[in-house]
Design a protein. Structure first.
Length: 419
């Protein structure tokens, strides 16, 4: 598993021991919609609570139960299986009462919490943020005091806006695949996509990767599990022509291609943030701050004049989601962002290279603000716990909070955490 040791904002504080998700009920995520349904319109909005199932699998089951296409369903984001998650979905031209009375297949742990109507379909990104309710187990006696010291710093200065390791896939290599695509190195892509076993691989998938590395592409294609249809397809192409790397690559689902490219952009942003972690709340001359109220970005010409706005969380310095139309900063921040490109041996123009994928670039704040923070300790049927309740804006990760609090004690658990 890929887990780079990106630095902490609270590095002067020790990590707190604890177990994050001893059961799904200890990690509850609820969407904060970007807008509320009006009560009028042809689209039925419904909040659904689920456990033990991903958003995409839930949509598949809903589609079968209602005899509708999966494409008909709208949702703002994807939610993990290993948690209790609540999210709003939409479906056009259906009676809300049919949604309320829906019976899902046996074993589907999901229920409808409410329904309303609205005038449009929910689309990806129609999300203001998420509410998190997290219970930590096997905690030390002074856990509440430890947490409060750390969270006071995060509340005052902001939570480092790292992309969580979940962004980089179960094998932690989606950014490597994205880099290979961007560089046009299709052999490297196929070798990473179909081979190079790592500790995250098991069963038939592990065996298929081992066979691929031996050049036994046909046998690898035969053994890949059905879920790995793109890897299976790659191996079939290479079995017919062992050097057809590009032909094998173009058979991969375009959604996956975009995901890998986005993961590489995320990796590069994290690399820039590591260089600004100690000043993530400070405006430098030439920075590109982002306004908290509307997301607008601008060049900070007078850092001293802008700093009071940053202290009030009205603006925050930002880093790059690299692309060919990226708004670049000036001064020291520009040098940092150029150094990261130089280390990767790439330029902004390279983001024009992927046919059919527009990687224009954007800015992302180096920090985010927590809202409605509550820290409490207690005992329930599973024993002692420390509860952390907080809200985060869309696109940020609860693991960014947990890693600051727990540090090395989170490392072995972090890959399994939902967002």
């Amino acid at each position: 598993m890929f887990l780079k040791n990106w630095p902490y904002l609270t590095k002067e504080l020790p990590g707190m021991p604890g177990i994050v998700k001893s059961r799904p009920e200890d990690f509850i995520v609820e969407e904060i919609p970007q807008y509320l349904p009006s009560g009028q319109g042809d689209h039925t909005y419904f909040m659904i609570e689920k456990k033990g199932i991903t958003t995409l699998e839930l949509v598949r089951r809903l589609a079968r139960a209602l005899n509708r296409s999966e494409r008909d369903f709208g949702y703002a984001g994807l939610k993990d299986a290993q948690a209790v998650t609540r999210q709003v979905m939409s479906l056009e031209h259906i009676d809300p009462e049919r949604i309320k009375s829906l019976t899902l297949p046996a074993g589907t742990q999901a229920k409808i919490l409410w329904t309303h109507t609205h005038t449009n379909k929910i689309k990806l990104g129609h999300l203001a943020g998420n509410k998190f309710q997290i219970k930590l187990r096997q905690i030390p006696p002074d856990a509440k005091d430890i947490a409060r010291r750390c969270l006071e710093i995060l509340s005052r200065r902001g939570v480092p806006n790292y992309f969580g390791v979940q962004r980089f896939g179960m094998r932690g290599d989606s950014w490597i695949l994205g880099r290979a695509i961007l560089l046009g190195d299709y052999k490297e892509f196929c070798d990473q996509f179909c081979g190079r076993p790592c500790p995250a691989d098991h069963g038939h998938a592990l065996k298929a990767r081992e066979l691929y590395d031996k050049g036994l592409y046909e046998l690898a294609a035969d053994i890949w599990p059905p879920f790995f249809r793109d890897a299976k397809r790659c191996c079939r192409v290479l079995a017919g022509r062992p050097d057809a790397w590009f032909k094998a690559f173009i058979g991969v689902d375009r959604k996956l291609i975009k995901l890998f490219l986005s993961a590489y952009q995320s990796y590069l942003f994290n690399e820039v943030l590591t260089r600004r972690i100690d000043t993530l709340d400070k405006i430098w001359a030439g920075d590109v701050p982002i306004k908290e109220d509307n997301g607008a970005a601008f060049i900070a010409e007078d850092a001293e004049a802008e700093q009071p706005r940053a202290d009030r969380f009205e603006i925050s310095p930002s880093g790059p989601i690299y692309g060919y139309k990226l708004l670049m900063p000036a001064g020291d921040e520009r040098q940092i962002e150029q150094d990261v490109l130089d280390n990767e041996k790439i330029t902004l123009d390279i983001f024009r290279n992927v046919k059919g994928v527009k990687l224009r670039g954007s800015r992302r704040a180096f920090r985010v603000q927590m809202f409605n923070l509550q820290v409490e300790s207690g005992i329930d049927d599973a024993g002692d716990f420390l509860s952390l309740n907080f809200d985060l804006p869309s696109g940020s990760y609860a693991t960014a909070v947990l890693r600051e609090l727990m540090k090395e004690h989170l490392t072995s658990q972090i890959q399994a955490l939902p967002e």
